[in-house]
Design a protein around this ligand. Structure first.
Ligand code: URA
Length: 439
């Protein structure tokens, strides 16, 4: 068996054996398979797919490429969440704090930006001093004290995914059901929380552009969880427009803080509903009540300030400057800001979400090359969002950056072309589309 043979077999669209999948995964993790060969393999998978059996084999090979934990045994009953990636997705920041304040432990391992989508670790690192590289012991200690902790992927945890994720990010090999399923499930299974809520994003700003693909990805992940003895709920949510009103790093933390402080009206733009649904589903999996009871618990955590307190405690334990939670200029202070105005009057009927994500990356909020640093002050404020009315000349968006090489005129053009304005009011897509559970 050679790597060359495995790549060409997948290029021809043939099914790989368990041994072949293990051979290439282990070889790449050990550094024996170079990036060029792995990139070719990933592209072949992207184009020709993998069936469920192959995907399970890949998930297992990746999961056992590093340390495997049993957090339910170490911490007690806990729940984890993961998103398949979107634009403006700051739900983890809210949901982890809400669940923690309702008595559910959330040990969360998060990722960095991928393609045109943002990553929780990049966002949290906009809080000065916030440490995301924690030892396992420190991670567990913070979960026990604050109710939740967010850590980046240490070199010992699913190293196969860490390396593949970085390569997929720059080789346009992200939007593949088997690759997303194995990437997410290998990490979730290795960290070992017994209860799992997966936010499967669907729409132009997601890797799954339509409901059929989102459902198929959810089915793959639910079946993997079921076979591995985990309770899992997939919540399919809308990503045809950016979630909330911001995309970037510091600016998204500020928006999450506004929500935690009760300053965002439920129903304002979908962010509140998605956060409450995800938190409620995690609480349900931990036996806190029916769906409606759990939504009420989650909403109460916001209105009483309990969730915000849990967030503050986490920030302080992870070394972050708590002043930044009140003074948002410590989170992001862009050197350059440009206002985007409507070129006609009408309703915002659509914001091309992938274009908005690519614009955020071009402003410096994401990476163009492997290992690039991100600009925490870069981002987009969607002053007007889908369904809202604008007059000609009104400000519809604001873009910001501190990256000297950023072409702001190009970014401004990109974001104004992402906005579609029509005379008719657009049809409303619900922020939470549907849910699926393991049986
Ligand atoms: N999130 C992940 O962790 N992996 C993916 O492939 C996509 C989103």
């Amino acid at each position: 068996m050679t790597i060359y043979e495995i790549i060409s077999k997948k290029r021809r669209g043939e099914k790989l054996s368990a041994d072949e999948i293990l051979f290439i995964t282990e070889g790449f993790t050990r550094g024996e398979v170079p990036d060029v060969q792995m990139a070719a393999f990933l592209m072949a998978v992207c184009i020709n797919g993998m069936d469920f059996e192959e995907t399970m084999q890949l998930t297992g090979a990746m999961m056992y490429s590093g340390d495997v934990y049993d957090l339910d045994r170490e911490i007690g009953i806990c729940a984890d969440k993961h998103s398949t990636g979107g634009v403006g997705d700051k739900t983890t920041l809210v949901v982890a704090a809400v669940c923690a304040s309702c008595g559910v432990y959330v040990p969360k391992m998060s990722g960095r930006g991928l393609g045109f989508t943002g990553g929780t670790i990049d966002k949290l690192e906009s809080i000065p001093g916030y440490r995301t590289e924690l030892s396992h012991e420190e991670f567990i200690g913070i979960v026990k004290k604050a109710g939740f902790s967010v850590t980046s992927q240490s070199g010992h945890l699913v190293p196969a995914d860490k390396k593949m994720y970085a390569l997929r990010d720059i080789t346009a090999t992200v939007d593949s059901i088997p690759l997303i399923c194995s990437s997410i499930m290998s990490k979730k299974l290795a960290t070992g929380a017994g209860r799992l809520v997966l936010d499967v994003k669907c729409g132009s700003g997601a890797f799954m552009k339509n409901a059929d693909d989102a459902r198929e990805l959810a089915r793959f992940m639910l079946e993997t969880a079921r076979r591995m003895g985990r309770k899992c709920t997939c919540v399919i949510t809308d990503m045809d427009k950016p979630l909330g009103r911001t995309a970037g790093n510091g600016i998204e933390v500020a928006e999450a803080l506004q929500l935690l402080k009760g300053e965002i009206r439920p129903g304002a733009d979908g962010l509140y509903q998605v956060c409450m649904e995800l938190a409620a589903r995690m609480l349900m999996l931990c036996g806190k009540g029916t769906r409606d009871e759990c939504v009420a618990l989650a909403e109460n955590a916001i209105s009483t300030g309990a969730a915000y307190e849990a967030f503050c405690q986490n920030v302080s334990l992870q070394g972050g400057d708590v002043h930044a939670l009140e003074d948002y200029s410590l989170l992001y202070s862009p050197k350059k800001t440009l206002l985007i105005r409507a070129d006609r009057a009408g309703f915002i009927s659509r914001i091309d979400c992938e274009k908005a994500g690519l614009c955020a990356v071009s402003l410096g909020a994401g990476r163009q090359r492997k290992g690039d640093a991100v600009d925490h002050s870069a981002g987009i404020h969607f002053v007007k969002t889908v369904g809202e009315y604008t007059d000609k000349g009104d400000i519809i968006a604001e873009i910001m950056t501190s990256t000297p090489s950023c072409d702001t005129d190009d970014a401004a053009h990109m974001i104004s072309s992402a906005y579609h304005i029509t005379e008719e009011e657009p049809e409303r897509i619900p922020p939470v589309i549907y849910t699926m559970d393991t049986v």
